[in-house]
Design a protein around this ligand. Structure first.
Ligand code: NAD
Length: 487
């Protein structure tokens, strides 16, 4: 079965001060469907001028109508955004699939409901939290007064466009800030629709602004260096994080970074192999492996190595690769030609480094157009292979055997990334022992990508700065003043 494929060309405009507008110079670029290589529409190409308009609108709104809305009212508006996302779930899932190449079924089941939940969660959370208060004997009371941080720049990647934008925007609005958003240039559509939704939900003009464009010397660069932006919430590659930090340095912006990962998936011989296989298929190939949390380095204890490889390869061959709009498709297209070529280059690196390709590594037979790559499993690589060291961000995993607990911990930590890790064992003591030694911000035991939005989320080392989730998000999007009253 296929979902409706017809889509009117969608021309994405900026959204500034409550209005959809073109760039001053009318410049646009094309948005390509990665599954068909056809043009989906045009995108306004913004730069310094558009970012400056957006920042000025955001600054006015911050001190204007948004400030006057009560906490309860703001929570209602935020809840309403989540409701409207769910009302448009089918349409948003289709746009997300067309834009990214991800399966429509996945977008409908995960991306869009989670985008709505990001708003629903923070609508509840924001009205239930308090601030610190201390009584100091009979001398004084101290309490923390919370206020918005100001105008926030939100710069986004392309892999989970609406899910990740809303993960940042919901707490940003919850704390009373205003925003200037730049979506990834390859995936502009759902962010544009979200602006309509915000307006309909009652967000005052100027509170959320969207400027499309590219990174350096374009909208992204203009946000990073704008002197009147107070904070930047960035999700993307570590190298881009460095560039943004340099541009943001002159105005000393507050920064929150969620960056890349090269996440280990450690499988001990005592684990439940049926469960391991089922979950590892997801943690390797969901969203074409284009999830920062994907477990791309799989380490398997020697006694079950051969059985794991055989069963994992069999299960991978069952995955249906193809048209993202087909309801049965498991693996869609990679997001762009540039990214596709990059991911494929790692298959060549693996071959040159003496690796064995057990399955995949090539375009599926019979699919002539689009950026499709079969899920790829590689063994036999040395730890120094670039395939084992660098983030590939595609449907490519390496599997390595291990004999000793200390050895696998050392290999898992042998990277400058530190985002997430998965540990499989039925020995609880071992699970704790290993988890405490793995250098990663998010560690799952006998599961993967199980999230509770109250928990801290983020990466160590080059995988991020700061944590989001629950109070951690609210802390980033607010400034605290401690007020001391002498008794
Ligand atoms: P990217 O860093 O290339 O781009 C991200 C955004 O930054 C885009 O909007 C881009 O236009 C903009 N940008 C690029 N250069 C810029 C500059 N100099 N100044 C300002 N903005 C600039 O990342 P990507 O390829 O879009 O996304 C993939 C990366 O994101 C991977 O490394 C992935 O692991 C990471 N990621 C991390 C998380 C997380 O939660 N930790 C989640 C999703 C993706």
């Amino acid at each position: 079965m296929q979902v409706e494929t017809k889509v009117k060309a969608m021309n994405c405009l900026h959204f500034i001060n409550g209005q959809f507008v073109q760039s001053q110079n009318k410049k646009t670029f094309e948005n390509i469907n990665p599954a068909t290589e056809e043009v989906l529409g045009t995108v306004a190409e913004g730069g310094k001028e558009e970012v400056d308009f957006a920042v000025r609108a955001a600054r006015r709104a911050l001190d204007g109508p948004w400030k006057k809305i009560t906490l309860t009212e703001r929570s209602k508006i935020i809840r309403r955004i989540g409701d409207l996302i769910l009302e448009r779930q089918e349409e948003l899932a289709r746009l997300e699939s067309l834009d990214t190449g991800k399966p429509f079924a996945l977008a409908k089941k995960i991306d869009i409901p989670r985008a709505a939940y990001n708003f629903h969660f923070f609508a509840d959370y924001m009205i239930s939290v308090g601030t610190d208060a201390y009584q100091q004997d009979d001398q004084a009371i101290h309490y923390a007064y919370r206020r918005p941080v100001g105008v926030v720049g939100i710069i986004k990647p392309w892999n989970l466009p609406l899910l990740l934008l809303t993960w940042k925007l919901a707490p940003c609005l919850a704390m009373g800030n205003t925003a200037v958003i730049k979506p990834a240039e390859w995936t502009p559509m759902t962010a544009t629709v979200l602006m309509e939704i915000c307006k309909e939900a009652g967000v005052p003009d100027g509170v959320v602004n969207l400027v499309h464009g590219f990174g350096p010397n374009s909208a992204g660069g203009a946000i990073s260096e704008h002197p009147d932006i107070d904070a930047i919430s960035f999700i993307g590659e570590p190298g881009t994080g460095t560039a943004i930090m340099k541009s943001a340095a002159d105005s000393l912006k507050k920064l929150s970074y969620e960056l890349g990962g090269k996440n280990p998936n450690i499988i001990f011989a005592d684990s439940d192999l049926d469960d391991v296989i089922e979950t590892t298929i997801r943690s390797s190939f969901i969203n074409q492996g284009e999830v920062c949390l994907c477990g791309s380095r799989i380490y398997v204890e020697r006694p079950i190595f051969d059985e794991f490889v055989q069963r994992f390869v069999e299960a991978t061959k069952e995955l249906k690769v193809g048209d993202p709009l087909e309801k049965e498709t498991n693996v869609g297209a990679l997001v762009s030609k540039e990214h596709y070529d990059r991911v494929k280059s790692y298959v060549e690196i693996a071959k040159n480094d003496g690796g064995t390709i057990h399955t995949g590594g090539k375009r599926p037979v019979g699919i002539e157009k689009g950026y499709f790559l079969e899920p790829t499993i590689i063994t036999g690589l040395d730890r120094n292979s670039r395939c084992v060291r660098e983030e590939i961000f595609g449907p490519v995993v390496t599997i390595t055997p291990f004999d000793m607990e200390e050895e696998v911990i050392m290999q898992a930590n042998d990277t400058h990334y530190g985002l997430s890790a998965t540990i499989w064992t039925t020995d609880l003591k071992k699970a704790h022992r290993v988890a405490h030694q793995i250098e990663a911000g998010i560690i799952w035991v006998n599961t993967w990508f199980l999230r509770d939005l109250r928990t801290p989320f983020g990466g160590m080392k080059h995988s991020g700065i700061g944590r989001t989730g629950g109070m951690h998000s609210l802390d980033f999007y607010s400034e605290l003043s401690n007020i001391t009253i002498k008794l």
